[in-house]
Design a protein around this ligand. Structure first.
Ligand SMILES: [Zn+2]
Length: 466
């Protein structure tokens, strides 16, 4: 007999509504959502009075590194940050160590998930240029279980060379045959290089020089190309970490014309701005760069009207020393910020508390939409009978201050250092097992065992959200 757990007294928030109910979990699945669970026999009862009971978050954009070494963020440490942040599923990017651009590499990574992961994981496959990888690997990676593909249109990492326009166009034709989303780091390579050269010529090394080198137009130019190619090839194109309102306008227009396009953004483009880049220097360097508040305010409407399908962290775990290198010259700090643990509460605070988003939409953009896109729905991304019992208990009223030292992931710094957030993850349950808990009287507990996370094959057919 599978163990029965009841979660009582909370407010259940699903992708379609919120209501007072008790949640019944049997083994790894949700067995019931009932008005009153008092006649149900249970092995464990969790009191969620005053808390929101929501589906565990899904973070489809992380850069962990395996095998884990000192400077790297592995599946265990990255997963610990996820668990403490209410994230029960991550979809790991192929730009990692080792790069995942062949089916054997993908299979090796699947095996690694079973050894070290503590949240459930699906995997992206990568497509690199210079030289273009073996095209047959695209179908082979799809067969091996990749949920999507990823390329860079601008070179930011020597280990993951960008595709040029010709390579992108031909790769789109191949990805179109798989029916899977093709995620793009969409920045125009020529404009990125020219921007950096211009800053160098002007002798600029200040934090804002990074933002000035890659203004929103750099993204818009690449997105424009990607949308044109998507129209020509029928490929489902997905724009990663979009931080350009003019690109978002093109995406919304393209979608209205029937082009298969989805888009994500990150809390750093919604709840930080260039003031934070000046203050936090290298610790706030990411690509795309943080935007000024005017641009941030222009991006928000696309979150609120759900043009943006989901919010992800783009978690990169560089060491504090690596980020400190941007102190005197911003370009010496590597691009990328660690944010998996703050993803859910920071987005909740920014969207629900400050912009009036309803909580069901919050659930869609933090869980449901991504599950649908990556073929994991309805196993993941929703609270429904038969779904995996991935649940986050969230206190919407709790005020707390972000401190790097409180991060459970390996590199204990945060671009949100010192920021006040209202709303906090109190307990995270993955397939019926509590993996993080701070509802007790003592210290918060990280309870997940390395290797308890499962690889998630795409099982339900990728679909557009909604
Ligand atoms: Zn990324």
């Amino acid at each position: 007999m599978p163990r029965t757990i009841v979660i009582t007294g909370g407010t259940v928030v699903t992708d379609t509504g919120e209501f007072r109910a008790d949640l019944v979990i049997k083994g790894e699945q949700i067995a019931g959502i009932v008005a009153d669970s008092s006649d149900i026999e249970f092995a464990d009862r969790i009191d969620a009075t005053g808390l929101l009971v929501m589906p565990g978050g899904i973070d489809p954009h992380t850069h962990f590194r395996e095998p884990e070494e000192f400077t790297k963020e592995g599946f265990t440490t990255g997963g610990a940050g996820a668990a403490a942040g209410g994230i029960t599923t991550v979809i790991e990017m192929p730009q990692a160590d080792p790069t995942t651009i062949t089916a054997p590499q993908l299979k090796a990574k699947i095996e690694q998930v079973g050894k070290t992961s503590i949240v459930d994981m699906a995997l992206w496959g990568g497509i690199v240029g210079q030289p273009l990888q073996d095209p047959e690997e695209i179908a082979a990676m799809a067969d091996a279980g990749a949920v999507a593909f990823k390329s860079f249109m601008a070179s930011t990492s020597p280990s993951f060379p960008a595709v040029n326009d010709d390579q992108l166009f031909h790769s789109m034709k191949l990805v179109a045959e798989t029916g899977l989303p093709y995620g793009l780091h969409a920045e125009n390579d020529t404009l990125v290089k020219a921007g950096i050269a211009r800053m160098r010529k002007e002798g600029r090394t200040d934090p804002l020089a990074h933002a000035d080198s890659v203004p929103p137009l750099v993204e818009t130019a690449a997105v424009n190309t990607a949308l044109l190619f998507a129209q020509e090839t029928g490929c489902w194109v997905h724009i990663c970490h979009c931080a350009s309102s003019s690109a978002l306008r093109l995406i919304a227009e393209a979608r209205a014309r029937g082009i298969m396009v989805t888009v994500e953004t990150c809390p750093q483009y919604l709840a930080l701005n260039t003031t934070d880049l000046v203050a936090r220097k290298g610790f706030a360097r990411c690509e795309p760069a943080l935007r000024d508040q005017e641009e941030v305010d222009l991006i928000w409407p696309y979150v609120l009207d759900e043009t943006i399908d989901y919010i992800c962290s783009d978690h990169c775990a560089f060491t504090a020393e690596q980020k400190q290198a941007g102190e005197k010259n911003i370009f010496n700090a590597p691009n990328g910020i660690s944010g998996i643990q703050t993803l859910l509460p920071v987005f909740y605070d920014a969207a629900v508390n400050r912009r009036g988003m309803n909580r069901s939409q919050f659930v869609r953009q933090i869980a449901t939409n991504a599950a649908q896109m990556y073929g994991l729905y309805p196993r993941k991304g929703t609270l429904a009978v038969g779904s995996d019992a991935d649940v986050v208990l969230f206190d919407p009223g709790e005020e707390w201050i972000v401190r790097g030292e409180d991060m459970r992931h390996k590199q204990q710094w945060s671009a949100w250092e010192g920021k006040e957030v209202t709303g906090r993850v109190r307990r995270t349950i993955r397939r019926g097992e509590t993996i993080y808990d701070e509802t007790g009287s003592g210290e918060a507990l990280m309870l997940a065992q390395p290797g308890s996370g499962k690889f998630l094959p795409r099982g339900y057919g990728a679909q557009l959200p909604g």
